[in-house]
Write a protein that binds this ligand. Structure first.
Ligand SMILES: Nc1ccn([C@@H]2O[C@H](COP(=O)(O)OP(=O)(O)OP(=O)(O)O)[C@@H](O)[C@H]2O)c(=O)n1
Ligand SMILES: C[C@](O)(CO)[C@H](O)COP(=O)(O)O
Length: 381
């Protein structure tokens, strides 16, 4: 489900905290969760909003501009969460009717949670925020012992995004510079009713070190993995070298093809297109088009990986098998691996190049040409 953000609704994503409780060498929102920063994931949820204000610590301004500028307005936060919210609200003053205020430390907010807040505001609520009814018994503890039981009826765990009419929540923050642990508290101090919308257990806030493991488990359940295969053949013809996986190898014959006939790179390119359900090289670079005559095949491979990235995927690994009697591939395999990993901008240990003969059987066995098969796996996120 995609969030439907109405015109006039803006979002503030808070990322100016230092994440002391989570520990680590950098604030939690800048740490990777499933290979993307927590903060990038938090921002993704608001991609459908016209205006998004990202509030960061002054020390992180450079990194924020490098990674997120463009659709997002970036401002410097304050000493406390409330001070950071006020910085975000001030940047939006007069520019939106409603605002959703979200913790940048909540990377997995399901779309229905955000939509529920929007719907309540659209329905006329001044303020609305997601909560989860408390389901455990609540103790008060003193010196390691239970001293009292707090009745849990009517108690909720508050989540974000918390949504408000912008003028009202801005006035609330200005009237209460002492702040509060959330924005609902300030709306209540101003006497505004706050509608409770449906929260989600998946909408966790990374607070403690163990929360990363919980979030990774949740993410793992939703991971989108694609596999593709590719197969290609080129016949030998006149020449004194072949191109295989981007490496020029002297040989007693050349390979015949419209491009440079790099059979290994073609198979890997088709594997990536296959994983994306995007056809094959012929669809993107028609052999009938004279501009690809003699082309270096890295053009095709770069196009395939760029397409994968544009669709939000990254290469998990690629594996190419060349099938021929000659030339011998072994002495060149690591150069091929290095060249492919350079083109794909992937670590070398994600790229494999190997070879086999066909035991002198068939067209490869008779030395009439070279075949290649390849597999590529892509992961979203
Ligand atoms: N001065 C602050 C403090 C907090 N936040 C943001 O508010 C959200 C919720 O705060 P919390 O989980 O408490 O984050 P930290 O303050 O970073 O954590 P800690 O208290 O452990 O240092 C986070 O996205 C955090 O970056 C902020 O923008 N400005
Ligand atoms: C706003 C909040 O996420 C709602 O649960 C929470 O109050 C923030 O708590 P913090 O630990 O003070 O950041």
């Amino acid at each position: 489900m995609r969030v439907r953000a109405p015109a006039g609704h803006a979002a503030i994503v808070l990322a100016a905290g230092r994440g002391v409780r989570a520990g680590g060498t950098q604030p939690k929102q800048w740490c990777d969760l499933g290979s993307r920063p927590v903060l990038a994931r938090a921002l993704d949820a608001f991609a459908g909003f016209e205006r998004v204000v990202l509030v960061v610590h002054e020390d992180d301004m450079g990194a924020a501009i490098a990674q997120f500028s463009g659709p997002v307005t970036i401002v410097t936060g304050g000493e406390t969460r409330s001070a950071s919210v006020l910085a975000g609200l001030t940047a939006l003053e007069g520019q939106a009717s409603h605002v959703l205020i979200h913790d940048g430390a909540r990377p997995l907010t399901p779309a229905p949670v955000i939509q529920g807040v929007i719907d309540a505001l659209e329905g006329g609520a001044i303020a609305a925020a997601p909560g989860l009814p408390v389901s455990d018994t609540l103790w008060r503890g003193e010196a390691g012992h239970v001293s009292d039981i707090t009745p849990r009826d009517g108690l909720y765990r508050a989540q974000t995004p918390q949504g408000f009419r912008l003028p009202e929540i801005l006035a609330a923050h200005r009237a209460h510079p002492e702040g509060a642990t959330d924005d609902v508290a300030l709306a209540l101090k101003m006497g505004h009713p706050v509608a409770i919308t449906e929260g989600s257990e998946d909408n966790l806030k990374i607070t403690w070190p163990g929360d990363f493991t919980r979030a990774e488990k949740l993410l793992g359940g939703a991971v989108d993995i694609r596999l593709g295969n590719g197969f290609d053949v080129h016949a030998f013809g006149p020449g004194d070298h072949v191109w295989l996986c981007g490496v020029r190898i002297p040989h007693e014959a050349g390979l015949v093809g419209h491009s440079d006939a790099d059979v290994g790179m073609h198979a890997l390119t088709d594997a990536i297109y296959g994983a994306l359900a995007e056809g094959d090289i012929g669809r993107h670079f028609p052999p009938s088009d004279p501009q690809w005559k003699g082309a270096a095949s890295d053009i095709f491979l770069r196009h395939a990986i760029d397409l994968a990235r544009a669709k939000g995927f990254r290469l998990a690994n690629g594996d190419v098998t060349l099938i021929c009697e000659a030339p011998k591939i072994g002495p060149h395999a690591s150069a091929m691996q290095a060249r492919l990993s350079e083109i794909l901008q992937a670590e070398a240990d994600r790229i494999s190049v190997k070879a086999t003969t066909s035991e002198r059987l068939g067209f490869t066995g008779r030395g009439e040409g070279i075949a290649a098969i390849a597999t590529a796996s892509l992961i979203k996120g």
